[in-house]
Design a protein around this ligand. Structure first.
Ligand code: PHE
Length: 348
C-alpha cells in the first residue's frame, strides 16, 4: 500500500540483557514526524516471526498516523515470547526495563505505548528507562489507557457505516459480530450494547464469556463469529483473519474493526469489494489510540477536544467511502492514495 521506496528506516533487535527475551523495535517511517506505536508482548513460534510482525505492524502505524492526519510516523515494539512462556512478576519487570532501554536507544525517533499484552502499569515500568513512553497511569503523570480512545474511534466509524447501511441514527437494531473481547473489543461491545445493537461475540479465551452474559450478547466460537449473519463484522483480535477463503463465506455487509493488519494478503481488499462488502480500512478505524495520545499527551488538549479529534475518524471514513464508491474501488486503494499523497508532500 505504501510506496515501494518507503521501506523501514530502522530495526533494532536485541535479546534483553535482564530478561533474555528478544525485543524488536521497528521504525518504519519518520517522514511525517517521530514514529509512534505500541509495545506488544506476545507469543510467537520463533523470534524471527516476532521480528516480522514488528515490521508489518510498524508499517501499519505509518499508514494509521498518515491517514489520521498526524504529524507522526509509524513504529512498533514486539517482545517475542517463546511458545508457552509465562512471565512471573520479576521477569515481566525485567522485560519492560529492557524494552525501555531499547526504546531509549532510538533517541526520540520512536515513542512507545500500550498494545496487545501491555497496559498503563507496564508503561510506568518502561518509563523508568525512557521518557519516550505514552499512556502511563494518570497518577504517574501519564495519560492513562489508550483503549477507550481506540474504542471511541471504532464506534465513530461504526456509526458512519450504520448510517450508510440504512440504520438511521445510533445502533438500535444494527446486527454486529465482534471477534475478540480484549481491551478494545470489550469497550466496543459495551458501547454497542448500550446503544441497542444486537450482538454476537467470541474470544479465544472462554473466560471472556462473562462479558457476553452480562450484556445479553450471543456467545459463539472464534471461527463461527466471522461468518455470522450480521450487518457488520468487527475484527478485534489479532491480524490476518480476512483470507481469500473467508470472503466467500462472509454473511455481513461491512467489515470494520480495531484489529491491526486484518487483510491476510492485500488482494483480499479487492475480493471484499467484488463481493459487495464494504471494508473500512483497519489503519483508519483503529487510529483512535494514537490520535488520542497525540491530542492529550503531545498537543496538551483537554478530554473533550481530544474526543472530538478521535471522533473525526468517522468524518474521514465517510469521505473515503464516498470517493471509493464513486471510483468503484476498494476503500483500501482510496486510502492508499491519500496516504501516498500526504507522504510525498514532504521530502522523504
Ligand atoms: N497500541 C495502539 C497502536 O499501536 C495505540 C498506541 C500507540 C498508544 C502508541 C500509544 C502509543 O495503535
Amino acid at each position: 500500500m505504501l510506496p515501494n521506496d518507503v521501506t523501514h528506516e530502522e530495526l533494532v533487535v536485541r535479546r534483553g540483557r535482564r530478561s533474555g527475551i528478544t525485543i524488536a523495535v521497528a521504525v518504519h517511517s519518520t517522514a511525517l514526524g517521530s514514529a509512534l506505536g505500541g509495545c506488544r508482548i506476545w507469543h510467537y513460534p520463533t523470534w524471527s516471526d516476532g521480528v516480522a510482525d514488528a515490521l508489518r505492524l510498524s508499517e501499519a502505524m505509518t499508514a494509521k498516523a498518515a491517514i489520521a492526519g498526524l504529524a507522526h510516523g509509524g513504529g512498533k515494539t514486539v517482545a517475542v515470547l517463546p511458545p508457552r512462556t509465562v512471565l512471573d512478576g520479576a521477569r515481566r519487570r525485567a522485560l519492560l526495563l529492557d524494552v525501555g532501554d531499547a526504546v531509549e536507544s532510538l533517541d526520540g525517533r520512536y515513542a512507545t505505548g500500550p498494545d496487545v499484552g501491555t497496559g498503563p502499569a507496564d508503561m510506568a515500568v518502561v518509563g523508568e528507562r525512557t521518557g519516550r513512553v505514552f499512556c502511563r497511569p494518570t497518577d504517574a503523570g501519564g495519560g492513562g489507557d489508550s483503549s477507550p480512545a481506540t474504542a471511541e474511534g471504532v464506534l465513530a466509524a461504526l456509526e458512519v457505516l450504520a448510517g450508510r447501511l440504512g440504520v438511521p441514527r445510533g445502533f438500535a437494531g444494527l446486527r454486529v459480530a465482534v471477534a475478540g473481547l480484549g481491551h478494545v473489543g470489550t469497550l466496543v461491545v459495551r458501547g454497542l450494547a448500550a446503544a441497542g445493537a444486537q450482538l454476537v461475540v467470541a474470544d479465544v479465551n472462554p473466560a471472556r464469556r462473562v462479558v457476553a452474559d452480562e450484556l445479553g450478547a450471543i456467545w459463539t466460537d472464534p471461527d463461527a463469529v466471522l461468518t455470522a449473519d450480521v450487518d457488520v463484522l468487527v475484527p478485534a483480535a489479532l491480524g490476518g483473519q480476512l483470507t481469500a477463503e473467508l470472503v466467500g463465506r462472509l454473511r455481513c455487509r461491512a467489515v470494520a474493526g480495531p484489529a491491526n493488519n486484518q487483510l491476510a494478503t492485500e488482494p483480499v481488499a479487492d475480493l471484499l469489494h467484488a463481493a459487495g462488502i464494504v471494508w473500512a480500512p483497519d489503519y483508519l478505524v483503529s487510529a483512535g489510540g494514537i490520535v488520542g495520545v497525540a491530542a492529550r499527551e503531545i498537543d496538551g488538549l483537554g478530554p473533550q477536544e481530544a474526543q472530538d479529534r478521535v471522533r473525526s475518524i468517522g468524518v474521514t471514513l465517510d469521505m473515503l467511502l464516498d470517493e471509493a464508491a464513486e471510483r468503484d474501488e476498494s476503500p483500501h486503494h482510496t486510502a492508499g492514495r491519500m496516504i501516498r499523497e500526504r507522504m510525498s508532500a514532504v521530502s522523504v
